[in-house]
Design a protein around this ligand. Structure first.
Ligand code: GAL
Length: 413
Protein backbone atom coordinates (compact mmCIF):
# COMPACT_ATOMS: atom_id res chain seq x y z
CA UNK A 1 0.00 0.00 0.00
CA UNK A 2 1.50 3.36 -0.98
CA UNK A 3 2.11 6.13 1.51
CA UNK A 4 -0.53 8.20 -0.29
CA UNK A 5 -3.19 5.49 0.15
CA UNK A 6 -2.38 5.20 3.84
CA UNK A 7 -2.67 8.92 4.37
CA UNK A 8 -5.90 9.02 2.36
CA UNK A 9 -7.21 6.15 4.47
CA UNK A 10 -6.25 7.99 7.64
CA UNK A 11 -8.19 11.01 6.46
CA UNK A 12 -11.31 9.00 5.64
CA UNK A 13 -11.08 7.17 8.98
CA UNK A 14 -10.88 10.52 10.70
CA UNK A 15 -13.95 11.70 8.76
CA UNK A 16 -15.94 8.55 9.61
CA UNK A 17 -14.90 8.71 13.27
CA UNK A 18 -16.17 12.28 13.25
CA UNK A 19 -12.75 13.54 14.42
CA UNK A 20 -12.15 17.23 13.86
CA UNK A 21 -10.96 16.97 10.25
CA UNK A 22 -10.96 20.52 9.02
CA UNK A 23 -8.56 21.40 6.28
CA UNK A 24 -5.91 24.03 5.80
CA UNK A 25 -5.66 26.19 2.70
CA UNK A 26 -1.97 26.74 1.96
CA UNK A 27 -0.71 29.41 -0.47
CA UNK A 28 2.86 28.88 -1.71
CA UNK A 29 5.14 29.11 -4.76
CA UNK A 30 6.72 25.64 -4.52
CA UNK A 31 5.83 24.49 -8.02
CA UNK A 32 9.09 22.93 -9.27
CA UNK A 33 9.76 19.17 -9.10
CA UNK A 34 11.94 19.29 -6.01
CA UNK A 35 9.76 21.84 -4.24
CA UNK A 36 6.55 19.90 -4.89
CA UNK A 37 8.18 16.72 -3.59
CA UNK A 38 9.17 18.44 -0.36
CA UNK A 39 5.72 19.97 0.05
CA UNK A 40 4.20 16.51 -0.44
CA UNK A 41 5.90 15.45 2.78
CA UNK A 42 3.93 18.11 4.68
CA UNK A 43 0.65 17.17 3.02
CA UNK A 44 1.19 13.53 4.01
CA UNK A 45 2.21 14.42 7.55
CA UNK A 46 -1.02 16.40 8.01
CA UNK A 47 -3.23 13.78 6.30
CA UNK A 48 -2.00 11.23 8.87
CA UNK A 49 -3.44 13.54 11.53
CA UNK A 50 -6.72 13.82 9.64
CA UNK A 51 -5.99 17.35 8.43
CA UNK A 52 -7.04 17.93 4.80
CA UNK A 53 -5.06 20.18 2.44
CA UNK A 54 -6.44 22.78 0.02
CA UNK A 55 -3.55 23.63 -2.28
CA UNK A 56 -3.17 27.20 -3.59
CA UNK A 57 0.05 27.32 -5.62
CA UNK A 58 1.08 30.69 -7.12
CA UNK A 59 3.98 30.05 -9.52
CA UNK A 60 6.88 32.49 -9.60
CA UNK A 61 10.24 31.99 -7.92
CA UNK A 62 11.05 34.21 -4.99
CA UNK A 63 7.36 34.70 -4.18
CA UNK A 64 6.56 38.17 -5.55
CA UNK A 65 3.55 36.81 -7.50
CA UNK A 66 2.29 34.99 -4.40
CA UNK A 67 2.43 38.18 -2.34
CA UNK A 68 0.38 40.01 -4.99
CA UNK A 69 -2.32 37.32 -4.95
CA UNK A 70 -2.27 37.27 -1.14
CA UNK A 71 -2.98 40.99 -0.93
CA UNK A 72 -6.09 40.52 -3.10
CA UNK A 73 -7.27 37.57 -1.02
CA UNK A 74 -6.88 39.37 2.31
CA UNK A 75 -8.51 42.55 0.95
CA UNK A 76 -11.54 40.45 -0.07
CA UNK A 77 -11.68 38.99 3.44
CA UNK A 78 -10.65 35.53 2.28
CA UNK A 79 -7.26 34.93 3.88
CA UNK A 80 -5.73 31.50 3.33
CA UNK A 81 -4.97 29.48 6.49
CA UNK A 82 -1.20 29.55 5.90
CA UNK A 83 1.03 31.35 3.41
CA UNK A 84 4.66 30.69 2.48
CA UNK A 85 6.44 33.94 3.27
CA UNK A 86 9.90 35.44 3.64
CA UNK A 87 11.53 37.75 6.16
CA UNK A 88 10.36 41.35 6.09
CA UNK A 89 7.10 40.46 4.30
CA UNK A 90 6.05 38.64 7.49
CA UNK A 91 6.58 41.79 9.52
CA UNK A 92 4.56 43.82 7.01
CA UNK A 93 1.62 41.44 7.51
CA UNK A 94 2.04 41.53 11.26
CA UNK A 95 1.25 45.24 11.01
CA UNK A 96 -2.13 44.58 9.34
CA UNK A 97 -3.82 42.79 12.27
CA UNK A 98 -4.91 39.86 10.06
CA UNK A 99 -2.53 37.18 11.31
CA UNK A 100 -3.07 34.49 13.92
CA UNK A 101 -1.41 34.19 17.32
CA UNK A 102 0.76 31.07 17.56
CA UNK A 103 2.07 31.69 21.08
CA UNK A 104 0.18 28.74 22.57
CA UNK A 105 1.66 26.13 20.22
CA UNK A 106 5.05 27.89 20.37
CA UNK A 107 5.05 27.57 24.15
CA UNK A 108 3.93 23.94 24.26
CA UNK A 109 6.50 23.01 21.57
CA UNK A 110 9.37 25.06 23.03
CA UNK A 111 10.08 27.00 19.83
CA UNK A 112 11.88 29.82 21.68
CA UNK A 113 14.61 27.39 22.71
CA UNK A 114 15.24 25.66 19.39
CA UNK A 115 14.56 28.19 16.61
CA UNK A 116 17.65 30.30 15.71
CA UNK A 117 17.26 33.93 16.82
CA UNK A 118 18.00 35.06 13.23
CA UNK A 119 14.69 33.41 12.26
CA UNK A 120 12.73 34.42 15.35
CA UNK A 121 13.27 38.09 14.51
CA UNK A 122 11.04 37.51 11.48
CA UNK A 123 8.64 34.89 12.94
CA UNK A 124 7.50 37.15 15.77
CA UNK A 125 5.66 40.43 15.62
CA UNK A 126 5.71 42.54 18.78
CA UNK A 127 6.77 39.45 20.73
CA UNK A 128 3.96 37.27 19.33
CA UNK A 129 4.68 34.21 17.16
CA UNK A 130 2.75 34.78 13.91
CA UNK A 131 4.74 32.54 11.58
CA UNK A 132 6.32 29.08 11.76
CA UNK A 133 9.76 28.64 10.14
CA UNK A 134 10.12 25.68 7.79
CA UNK A 135 13.82 25.75 6.89
CA UNK A 136 16.98 27.78 6.39
CA UNK A 137 18.03 28.22 2.76
CA UNK A 138 21.09 30.17 1.67
CA UNK A 139 21.88 31.88 -1.59
CA UNK A 140 25.69 32.12 -1.80
CA UNK A 141 26.00 28.73 -3.50
CA UNK A 142 27.33 27.51 -6.85
CA UNK A 143 26.22 24.18 -8.33
CA UNK A 144 28.52 22.39 -10.79
CA UNK A 145 28.12 19.38 -13.04
CA UNK A 146 30.91 17.01 -11.93
CA UNK A 147 31.38 15.28 -15.30
CA UNK A 148 31.68 18.61 -17.11
CA UNK A 149 34.25 19.92 -14.61
CA UNK A 150 36.24 16.68 -14.95
CA UNK A 151 36.07 16.91 -18.74
CA UNK A 152 37.44 20.48 -18.82
CA UNK A 153 39.99 19.57 -16.18
CA UNK A 154 39.00 21.91 -13.36
CA UNK A 155 38.46 21.29 -9.67
CA UNK A 156 36.04 23.14 -7.38
CA UNK A 157 36.92 26.86 -7.75
CA UNK A 158 38.16 28.30 -4.45
CA UNK A 159 38.43 31.98 -5.43
CA UNK A 160 36.85 34.34 -7.95
CA UNK A 161 39.62 34.08 -10.52
CA UNK A 162 39.43 30.25 -10.44
CA UNK A 163 35.67 30.50 -11.04
CA UNK A 164 36.11 32.81 -14.02
CA UNK A 165 38.89 30.59 -15.41
CA UNK A 166 36.67 27.51 -15.08
CA UNK A 167 33.82 29.34 -16.82
CA UNK A 168 36.15 30.36 -19.66
CA UNK A 169 37.27 26.72 -20.06
CA UNK A 170 33.67 25.50 -20.06
CA UNK A 171 32.62 28.05 -22.66
CA UNK A 172 35.64 27.19 -24.84
CA UNK A 173 34.74 23.51 -24.60
CA UNK A 174 31.25 24.27 -25.96
CA UNK A 175 29.24 24.19 -22.71
CA UNK A 176 27.02 26.93 -21.36
CA UNK A 177 29.38 28.15 -18.67
CA UNK A 178 26.69 29.67 -16.42
CA UNK A 179 23.07 28.43 -16.55
CA UNK A 180 20.88 31.35 -15.52
CA UNK A 181 17.31 32.60 -15.72
CA UNK A 182 16.98 36.31 -16.54
CA UNK A 183 14.39 37.21 -13.91
CA UNK A 184 14.95 40.01 -11.42
CA UNK A 185 14.85 37.75 -8.38
CA UNK A 186 17.42 35.40 -9.95
CA UNK A 187 19.76 38.23 -10.93
CA UNK A 188 19.50 39.47 -7.34
CA UNK A 189 20.13 35.98 -5.97
CA UNK A 190 23.46 35.91 -7.83
CA UNK A 191 24.12 39.47 -6.59
CA UNK A 192 23.80 38.32 -2.94
CA UNK A 193 26.76 35.99 -3.32
CA UNK A 194 28.82 38.39 -5.43
CA UNK A 195 28.49 41.19 -2.84
CA UNK A 196 29.51 38.78 -0.08
CA UNK A 197 32.41 37.40 -2.12
CA UNK A 198 33.66 40.84 -3.21
CA UNK A 199 33.26 42.99 -0.12
CA UNK A 200 32.94 40.50 2.71
CA UNK A 201 30.27 40.23 5.38
CA UNK A 202 30.87 43.65 6.99
CA UNK A 203 30.54 45.36 3.62
CA UNK A 204 27.40 43.29 2.86
CA UNK A 205 25.85 44.40 6.17
CA UNK A 206 26.75 48.06 5.63
CA UNK A 207 25.54 48.21 2.02
CA UNK A 208 22.53 45.87 1.85
CA UNK A 209 21.20 45.90 5.41
CA UNK A 210 22.18 49.32 6.78
CA UNK A 211 21.84 50.84 3.25
CA UNK A 212 24.81 53.07 4.02
CA UNK A 213 25.16 55.49 1.04
CA UNK A 214 28.97 55.47 1.30
CA UNK A 215 29.05 51.67 1.00
CA UNK A 216 26.43 51.71 -1.77
CA UNK A 217 28.46 54.23 -3.79
CA UNK A 218 31.89 52.71 -3.01
CA UNK A 219 34.52 51.33 -5.38
CA UNK A 220 33.74 47.95 -3.84
CA UNK A 221 30.15 48.19 -5.09
CA UNK A 222 31.46 49.14 -8.53
CA UNK A 223 33.65 46.04 -8.43
CA UNK A 224 30.54 43.99 -7.58
CA UNK A 225 28.81 45.25 -10.70
CA UNK A 226 31.98 44.64 -12.74
CA UNK A 227 31.84 41.02 -11.59
CA UNK A 228 28.14 40.78 -12.43
CA UNK A 229 29.05 42.01 -15.94
CA UNK A 230 31.74 39.29 -16.11
CA UNK A 231 29.11 36.67 -15.30
CA UNK A 232 26.80 38.11 -17.95
CA UNK A 233 29.41 37.09 -20.49
CA UNK A 234 28.98 33.41 -19.56
CA UNK A 235 25.21 32.95 -19.87
CA UNK A 236 23.57 31.65 -23.06
CA UNK A 237 21.48 33.78 -25.40
CA UNK A 238 18.21 32.21 -24.20
CA UNK A 239 18.67 33.23 -20.55
CA UNK A 240 16.00 36.01 -20.49
CA UNK A 241 12.90 34.87 -18.58
CA UNK A 242 14.09 31.30 -18.05
CA UNK A 243 12.69 29.74 -14.84
CA UNK A 244 15.33 28.87 -12.25
CA UNK A 245 14.58 25.13 -12.27
CA UNK A 246 15.11 24.99 -16.06
CA UNK A 247 18.54 26.51 -15.50
CA UNK A 248 19.15 23.82 -12.85
CA UNK A 249 18.11 21.21 -15.45
CA UNK A 250 20.81 22.50 -17.83
CA UNK A 251 23.46 21.70 -15.20
CA UNK A 252 21.77 18.39 -14.26
CA UNK A 253 21.83 17.27 -17.91
CA UNK A 254 25.42 18.39 -18.46
CA UNK A 255 24.53 21.13 -20.94
CA UNK A 256 25.92 23.75 -18.55
CA UNK A 257 28.82 23.77 -16.11
CA UNK A 258 27.50 25.99 -13.30
CA UNK A 259 24.43 27.63 -11.78
CA UNK A 260 24.66 30.29 -9.05
CA UNK A 261 21.47 29.74 -7.04
CA UNK A 262 20.09 29.15 -3.58
CA UNK A 263 20.17 25.58 -2.26
CA UNK A 264 16.62 24.87 -3.41
CA UNK A 265 18.51 24.01 -6.60
CA UNK A 266 19.80 20.95 -4.72
CA UNK A 267 16.20 19.78 -4.46
CA UNK A 268 16.10 19.64 -8.26
CA UNK A 269 19.33 17.64 -8.47
CA UNK A 270 18.04 15.17 -5.85
CA UNK A 271 14.62 14.78 -7.46
CA UNK A 272 16.47 14.03 -10.74
CA UNK A 273 18.23 11.19 -8.88
CA UNK A 274 21.62 12.94 -8.80
CA UNK A 275 24.08 12.54 -5.92
CA UNK A 276 26.40 15.17 -4.45
CA UNK A 277 30.08 14.46 -5.07
CA UNK A 278 29.25 11.93 -7.79
CA UNK A 279 26.99 13.85 -10.22
CA UNK A 280 27.28 17.41 -8.92
CA UNK A 281 29.35 19.60 -6.62
CA UNK A 282 28.07 22.28 -4.26
CA UNK A 283 30.37 25.09 -3.17
CA UNK A 284 30.05 28.57 -1.70
CA UNK A 285 30.33 31.52 -4.08
CA UNK A 286 34.14 31.70 -4.25
CA UNK A 287 35.34 34.39 -1.85
CA UNK A 288 32.24 34.16 0.36
CA UNK A 289 33.33 31.07 2.30
CA UNK A 290 32.80 31.41 6.07
CA UNK A 291 29.68 33.57 5.65
CA UNK A 292 26.07 32.90 4.65
CA UNK A 293 23.32 34.92 3.00
CA UNK A 294 20.23 33.15 4.35
CA UNK A 295 16.53 33.06 3.63
CA UNK A 296 14.15 31.05 5.74
CA UNK A 297 10.81 29.93 4.34
CA UNK A 298 8.04 30.38 6.88
CA UNK A 299 4.32 29.69 6.95
CA UNK A 300 2.61 32.81 8.18
CA UNK A 301 -0.71 31.88 9.77
CA UNK A 302 -3.72 34.11 9.09
CA UNK A 303 -6.79 34.56 11.28
CA UNK A 304 -9.34 31.80 10.51
CA UNK A 305 -12.72 30.78 11.92
CA UNK A 306 -12.92 28.49 14.96
CA UNK A 307 -13.56 25.42 12.83
CA UNK A 308 -10.16 25.79 11.19
CA UNK A 309 -8.08 26.92 14.14
CA UNK A 310 -7.29 23.43 15.36
CA UNK A 311 -6.14 22.35 11.89
CA UNK A 312 -4.01 25.49 11.69
CA UNK A 313 -2.39 24.72 15.04
CA UNK A 314 -1.80 21.12 13.97
CA UNK A 315 -0.05 22.36 10.83
CA UNK A 316 2.13 24.78 12.80
CA UNK A 317 3.13 21.99 15.20
CA UNK A 318 3.83 19.52 12.34
CA UNK A 319 6.05 21.98 10.45
CA UNK A 320 8.55 22.36 13.32
CA UNK A 321 8.38 18.77 14.56
CA UNK A 322 11.77 17.05 14.65
CA UNK A 323 11.02 14.23 12.21
CA UNK A 324 9.31 16.44 9.66
CA UNK A 325 12.16 18.94 9.79
CA UNK A 326 14.60 16.18 8.80
CA UNK A 327 12.41 14.55 6.12
CA UNK A 328 11.37 17.88 4.52
CA UNK A 329 14.76 19.60 4.50
CA UNK A 330 16.57 16.55 3.10
CA UNK A 331 14.31 16.78 0.03
CA UNK A 332 14.09 20.60 -0.19
CA UNK A 333 17.87 21.21 -0.17
CA UNK A 334 17.65 23.49 2.89
CA UNK A 335 18.66 22.87 6.49
CA UNK A 336 16.36 22.55 9.53
CA UNK A 337 14.91 25.62 11.22
CA UNK A 338 15.86 24.03 14.57
CA UNK A 339 19.31 24.05 16.20
CA UNK A 340 18.85 20.60 17.83
CA UNK A 341 19.13 18.54 14.64
CA UNK A 342 22.51 17.10 13.56
CA UNK A 343 23.54 16.57 9.95
CA UNK A 344 23.98 12.80 10.28
CA UNK A 345 20.92 11.96 8.14
CA UNK A 346 21.81 14.58 5.50
CA UNK A 347 23.98 14.16 2.40
CA UNK A 348 27.38 15.85 2.09
CA UNK A 349 25.98 19.14 0.77
CA UNK A 350 23.38 19.11 3.56
CA UNK A 351 26.06 18.37 6.16
CA UNK A 352 28.11 21.28 4.78
CA UNK A 353 25.12 23.60 4.87
CA UNK A 354 24.40 22.71 8.52
CA UNK A 355 28.07 23.15 9.49
CA UNK A 356 28.30 26.45 7.57
CA UNK A 357 25.20 27.76 9.36
CA UNK A 358 26.64 26.88 12.78
CA UNK A 359 29.95 28.55 11.84
CA UNK A 360 28.20 31.67 10.55
CA UNK A 361 26.08 31.98 13.72
CA UNK A 362 29.19 31.60 15.90
CA UNK A 363 31.25 34.05 13.81
CA UNK A 364 28.41 36.56 13.40
CA UNK A 365 28.76 36.14 9.63
CA UNK A 366 25.11 35.18 9.02
CA UNK A 367 23.36 37.90 7.00
CA UNK A 368 19.90 38.04 5.46
CA UNK A 369 19.53 37.52 1.72
CA UNK A 370 18.64 40.80 -0.04
CA UNK A 371 17.15 38.88 -2.97
CA UNK A 372 14.80 36.89 -0.73
CA UNK A 373 13.50 39.54 1.61
CA UNK A 374 15.80 39.08 4.61
CA UNK A 375 18.00 42.19 4.28
CA UNK A 376 15.51 45.01 3.66
CA UNK A 377 11.73 45.51 3.28
CA UNK A 378 9.98 44.84 -0.04
CA UNK A 379 10.16 48.39 -1.45
CA UNK A 380 13.94 48.51 -0.98
CA UNK A 381 14.32 44.96 -2.31
CA UNK A 382 12.45 46.01 -5.47
CA UNK A 383 14.71 49.06 -5.87
CA UNK A 384 17.73 46.73 -5.82
CA UNK A 385 16.01 44.32 -8.21
CA UNK A 386 15.43 47.06 -10.78
CA UNK A 387 19.04 48.31 -10.80
CA UNK A 388 20.66 44.85 -10.70
CA UNK A 389 18.53 43.59 -13.59
CA UNK A 390 18.98 46.74 -15.68
CA UNK A 391 22.74 46.42 -15.26
CA UNK A 392 22.76 42.66 -15.96
CA UNK A 393 20.81 43.29 -19.17
CA UNK A 394 23.37 45.88 -20.26
CA UNK A 395 21.25 49.02 -19.71
CA UNK A 396 23.74 50.41 -17.17
CA UNK A 397 27.53 50.48 -16.97
CA UNK A 398 28.88 49.61 -13.52
CA UNK A 399 29.39 53.29 -12.73
CA UNK A 400 25.81 54.10 -13.79
CA UNK A 401 24.50 51.16 -11.76
CA UNK A 402 26.21 52.40 -8.60
CA UNK A 403 24.72 55.88 -9.08
CA UNK A 404 21.27 54.42 -9.85
CA UNK A 405 21.45 52.19 -6.77
CA UNK A 406 22.18 55.07 -4.41
CA UNK A 407 19.27 57.15 -5.77
CA UNK A 408 16.78 54.25 -6.08
CA UNK A 409 17.43 53.06 -2.53
CA UNK A 410 17.16 56.64 -1.22
CA UNK A 411 13.83 57.13 -3.05
CA UNK A 412 12.46 53.81 -1.76
CA UNK A 413 13.48 54.43 1.86
C1 GAL B 1 12.81 31.29 -2.46
C2 GAL B 1 12.25 30.28 -1.47
C3 GAL B 1 12.66 28.87 -1.85
C4 GAL B 1 12.31 28.59 -3.30
C5 GAL B 1 12.88 29.71 -4.20
C6 GAL B 1 12.57 29.50 -5.67
O1 GAL B 1 12.33 32.55 -2.14
O2 GAL B 1 12.79 30.57 -0.17
O3 GAL B 1 11.99 27.93 -1.00
O4 GAL B 1 10.94 28.54 -3.42
O5 GAL B 1 12.36 30.96 -3.77
O6 GAL B 1 11.26 29.70 -5.94
Amino acid sequence: MTKKTISGLALSVALISGAQAADVEVMHWWTSGGEAKALGELKQSLAKQGVGWKDTPVAGGGGSNAMTVLRARVLSGQSPTAVQMLGFDIQDWGDQGVVANLNQVAKQEGWDKVVPSALQQFSKYQGKWISVPVNVHSTNWVWGNKAVLDKIGVGVPKNWNDLILAMKKAKKAGYVALAHGGQAWQDATVFDGVVLATGGVDFYRKALIELDPTALSSDTMKRVFDRMAQLRGFVDKNYPGRDWNLASAMVIKGKAAFQMMGDWAKGEFLSAGKQPGKDFVCFRTPGSQGAITFNADQFTMFKVDKAHQQAQQQMAKAVLSLEFQIIFNKVKGSVPARTDISGERFDDCGKKAIADLKEAVNKNSLVGSLAHGHAAPAAIKSAFYDVITAHFNGEFSSEEAVKALVSSVKNAS
